[in-house]
Every structure is written in structure tokens, then in C-alpha cells.
Design a protein around this ligand. Structure first.
Ligand code: ATP
Length: 323
């Protein structure tokens, strides 16, 4: 209903009378007014004048369904968009929705996370209105053993969309980070819900720093983090960027399901900066130096150690540094 009112306001540059809206929606004038009030609370600048009606002056640059869905060119990702101004974590709500049977492609997006998570339970900084903090629910018809590939699908999709949409040279760091000039721009956290032989659902969470100024990052991550604003020197409108990310994600996801992992891995290798180079590996027990040789079909990193042995590293267990 609210979205329909918005569509009418957007398609009319001039005043729209309360009566026109009331008739178009088949509701009372009070109901129209309530929706207008909610839209204003969401950041829409709507002028109201007695005898003239309503006029939309400006829409907010926020990933609201009324902004994102118009002009979204995906078939299913983001077609259902749950926007919640503040959340503990988008992966958490997406998991709940997925358990309750929401359709594949449902997206949860928020303005700020109070309990955003990275890998290994680390905290993810998600300042209000400054990023794209979102999660996509998927139900891929693949074997549970193949599911680590989805992190790589997501990484390729984000890095490609960022490059195409903003020109910022985004790279991939194994397994789940998007970096620009070796600073972290985006983190990806894919979680799996499966039986032994069947995937129930997966949630792919992404936290992309968009308009975070360098000084706004907490001191402990300031030198290791970056944003599109910091890299490009320009404010980046989030709505068109979000649409581009969802479209890229859908394209790469469908390619994965249609043609398998090979085309994903090919692009991933082109974008990855932690391959064919010396690395330091940190596990819970030890740290050692080695050479990152390749990744295998499960997304595990193959590292040659000083003694010449090849270690197969799983994403959930280690941290990696370029050395
Ligand atoms: P490692 O770099 O050790 O491999 P990781 O990159 O896999 O770890 P994640 O668990 O994915 O780390 O992300 C959490 C870490 O990212 C935090 O510990 C913090 O250092 C950093 N971080 C948290 N919020 C942000 C942010 N908004 N932008 C960039 N980095 C962040």
C-alpha cells in the first residue's frame, strides 16, 4: 500500500490530491495520511498542503523496498526485500525467515547492526546509514560438500559489481574478504543449514563499507579498513549500488548453478590477491609461513610449507596474511 502511494507520488511531479490517493488505494483519507507519515519517518521529504494534496520533494538514499525494487533488474534476488532500520545481525533475521520458509532470493537489509559478525565470531562494525549491510537467503540444489563455493560466488559478485559500478579496484582475499589496496572494503559471511545429503538453505551476508569516512572507523581497524568513499573520494549513492550488487550476485549465482564451479573459479583467480604469493597462516594452535599455490574445488586454500608439504586450509579455521 505504502509502495503504491510512493509510485503514484513518483510518477507525478506535481501535487497529488488526497482524494486521488484515497480513491486509487480504496482507503480512507486518514489511512492515506498515516502512510504518508510513515514514508516521512523513513526519510521521504513529502510536502503536504491543504487544498493541493501531497508532493514528493526528495526520496532518501536508503535501501528501502520502495527505492530498490523500482529499477531492480533481477528475477528473484531482492524481489522480497525486508528492510529493518536496526538489527542485531542481518544473517540472524535471514536465518529466521528461511526457517519459516521464505522464498529463495529474499534479502534482509538494515541501516546498522548492533551484533554484526565476521568469521570465527568476530565483530563486524556497521555504522548507521553508511554501508550496505545485507543478507541473501538461498536454497541451492547442490550437495552440502559444494556449499563453500558460495562464499567464492559472493566474493566474485561483489568485487565485480564494485569494479563495474564505481571503478574502485576491488580484489579478493581468500576466503571471504574484498580488499582495495590491501584494506578491507567488504566482509562476507555465508552460513549453511543442511542435512547430511541435502541443503535446507544458506544465508549469504555481506557488509560493504560505502560512505564511511576513514576517521569514522574505530581506531583498532582504521589502518586495515576502507570504504568506497575513502577510495574514490566521492559520496556513493547506495540505492543504485545495491541494485548492481544484487544483480551481479544473481548473475554469478545462476552461472554457478548452470555451469558449475569452473567459471566462478576462473574469475575468482583473476581477482584474488592471495594466490601465487608468500603468505603467513595463523591457526588457533600455530603460525607458519608458506606459499599460496591454488584453491581446490571445495574452496580450500592449498599452501606449500617450507618443508614442501601441501597444506589444505579450510576457511572456517585459519587467518591468512600476505607476507
Ligand atoms: P582475517 O583478516 O584474520 O582473515 P577475516 O578477514 O576473515 O580475518 P572476518 O572475521 O571476516 O575477518 O571479519 C572480522 C574482522 O574484520 C574484525 O575482527 C575486524 O578486524 C575487521 N572489521 C570489522 N568490521 C569491519 C568493517 N566494517 N570494515 C573492515 N573491517 C572490519
Amino acid at each position: 500500500m505504502k509502495i503504491r502511494i510512493l509510485e503514484i507520488l513518483k510518477s507525478t511531479p506535481d501535487w497529488v490530491s488526497g482524494e486521488t490517493l484515497r480513491r486509487a488505494m480504496g482507503v480512507s483519507r486518514t489511512a492515506v495520511w498515516k502512510h504518508i507519515r510513515t514514508l516521512r519517518e523513513e526519510g521521504y521529504n513529502i510536502e503536504a498542503r491543504p487544498n493541493l494534496g501531497y508532493r514528493l520533494l526528495q526520496a532518501p538514499d536508503a535501501p528501502l523496498p520502495g527505492e530498490v525494487i523500482t529499477g531492480l533488474s533481477t528475477a528473484f534476488i531482492g524481489r522480497r526485500l525486508e528492510y529493518v532500520p536496526e538489527l542485531s545481525s542481518t544473517n540472524e533475521l535471514a536465518t529466521r525467515l528461511a526457517r519459516d520458509g521464505c522464498p529463495a532470493g529474499t534479502v534482509v537489509v538494515t541501516e546498522t547492526q548492533t551484533g554484526g559478525k565476521g568469521r570465527l565470531g568476530r565483530a563486524w562494525f556497521s555504522p548507521r546509514d553508511k554501508g550496505l549491510w545485507f543478507t541473501v537467503v538461498l536454497r541451492p540444489p547442490v550437495n552440502p560438500a559444494e556449499t563453500p563455493q558460495l562464499t567464492m560466488v559472493a566474493a566474485v559478485a561483489v568485487a565485480t559489481a564494485v569494479r563495474d559500478h564505481t571503478g574502485v579496484p576491488a580484489d579478493i582475499k581468500w576466503p571471504n574478504d574484498i580488499l582495495v589496496r590491501e584494506r578491507k572494503l567488504c566482509g562476507i559471511l555465508v552460513e549453511l543449514n543442511a542435512e547430511m545429503d541435502r541443503v535446507n538453505f544458506m544465508v549469504a551476508g555481506m557488509g560493504l563499507n560505502v560512505n564511511v569516512a576513514r576517521r569514522e572507523f574505530p581506531p583498532e581497524i582504521r589502518s586495515a579498513a576502507t570504504s568506497l568513499l575513502a577510495e574514490s573520494g566521492e559520496y556513493i549513492p547506495r540505492v543504485p549500488l545495491f541494485r548492481a550488487l544484487l544483480k551481479s550476485f544473481e548473475d554469478w549465482y545462476c552461472l554457478w548453478l548452470d555451469q558449475g564451479f569452473a567459471p566462478i573459479l576462473r574469475r575468482w583467480r583473476e581477482l584474488c590477491i592471495t594466490l601465487d604469493c608468500p603468505v603467513t597462516v595463523h591457526t588457533l594452535r600455530e603460525s607458519y609461513s608458506g606459499y599460496a599455490v591454488d584453491v581446490d574445488d571445495t574452496g580450500a586454500l592449498l599452501v606449500r610449507t617450507a618443508s614442501g608439504r601441501i597444506e589444505r586450509l579450510l576457511a572456517g579455521e585459519v587467518s591468512l596474511r600476505k607476507s
